[in-house]
Design a protein around this ligand. Structure first.
Ligand code: FAD
Length: 286
């Protein structure tokens, strides 16, 4: 089923993000997590895509397996900066043949293209979005950034380009992770004022360690509120205490978002199930 059909049906959407594992042991962990998370009847799961252009079929392959073996509705991420248009169309044909009806259209990070040149058929996600829209085969989602995309010279300019992406065919958006809901609510105001009216799913990630917090927040240039930093510092080295704190923090964020009109939740799982299950149990009850 297309994500857009689920959004139109109303109700809150719950989804989980996975990344393609690199080793056999990681594969086993991923499928264990996916089986556990399937029990919660997610509206969809999404599979990330390396933006380096190498291993270009890995996302499609994992998406196909998650759909065929576990019956999950899958959103395949597709980055364009290191792909030619012909490669993109080949990947899309593969996704279509496996019954994948959803693509998250992304530019990808140029710094990930180790030593390789971007292919320059695409410079921005909006161009990929326009190509995908022409096929008519997929519900297309796009990425957005409640704290602004790190490369954008200003929030205003970022939103102008976001609007172009929506005009090109992005039917819903998923946010970069954030740890302070104020950013999301202010972002909704800004996008609405700019005339962007597609649903914006908030992306949340439970933090499970001090190092992880540093890595992600530096990489993604997102802010860490004092209360989160203090909790992570307090529980660093205590696995159970950290898990409990982290789940409580993300659950409180999730509950406030849903209560105030967010169309659902997209959980960045890092291929693990325990925290995601605990958070959804807290917000959905039972
Ligand atoms: P774009 O929408 O193209 O925007 C990128 C930058 O270019 C922004 O600063 C924007 O303001 C600017 N811009 C856009 N159009 C123009 C224009 N015409 N002229 C000038 N400037 C312009 N990365 C991966 O590698 N793999 C993944 O699977 C992946 N999944 C993600 C999922 C989500 C939900 C999110 C939020 C991000 C994800 N990313 C992923 C990261 C993403 O690829 C990077 O953040 C990347 O730098 C930007 O991608 P984008 O699709 O948002 O790009």
């Amino acid at each position: 089923m297309k994500v857009t059909e689920r959004l139109k049906a109303g109700g809150k959407l719950f989804s989980f993000e996975f990344y393609p594992p690199k080793t056999e042991a990681d594969s086993a962990k991923l499928f264990e997590a996916a089986r556990e998370l399937k029990k919660l009847n997610p509206d969809f799961v999404s599979v990330t895509n390396s933006s380096s252009g190498t291993l270009k079929y890995r996302t499609a392959a994992l998406s196909g397996v998650l759909k065929a073996e576990l019956g999950l509705d899958v959103v395949a991420h597709l980055t364009c900066v290191a792909h030619t248009r012909a490669e993109i169309m080949e990947i899309c044909a593969g996704l279509k043949s496996m019954g994948i009806k959803n693509i998250l259209a992304l530019r990808g990070d140029i710094h990930n293209i180790e030593g390789l040149q971007p292919r320059r058929d695409y410079s921005y996600a909006a161009q990929l979005t326009a190509d995908l829209a022409k096929t008519g085969d997929f519900a297309i989602g796009g990425a957005c950034y409640p704290e602004k995309h790190p490369e954008a010279p200003s929030f205003e300019e970022d939103i102008v380009h976001l609007k172009e992406k929506v005009a090109a065919g992005a039917e819903y958006l998923i946010t970069q992770l954030f740890f302070d809901n104020v950013f999301y609510f202010k972002f909704l105001e800004k996008t609405a004022a700019a005339g962007i009216s597609v649903p914006i799913l908030p992306g949340l990630m439970p933090i499970t360690g001090y190092k992880q917090m540093q890595n992600f927040t530096q990489m993604m240039k997102v802010s860490v509120p004092d209360a989160l930093r203090a909790g992570i510092e307090r529980w660093d080295g205590d696995k159970d205490g950290m898990f409990k704190f982290s789940v409580e923090y993300a659950s409180a964020q999730a509950a406030e978002l849903l209560k105030n009109g967010a169309p659902g939740l997209h959980l960045y799982t890092l291929n693990r199930s325990k925290a995601a299950i605990a958070i959804l149990k807290n917000v959905k009850g039972g």
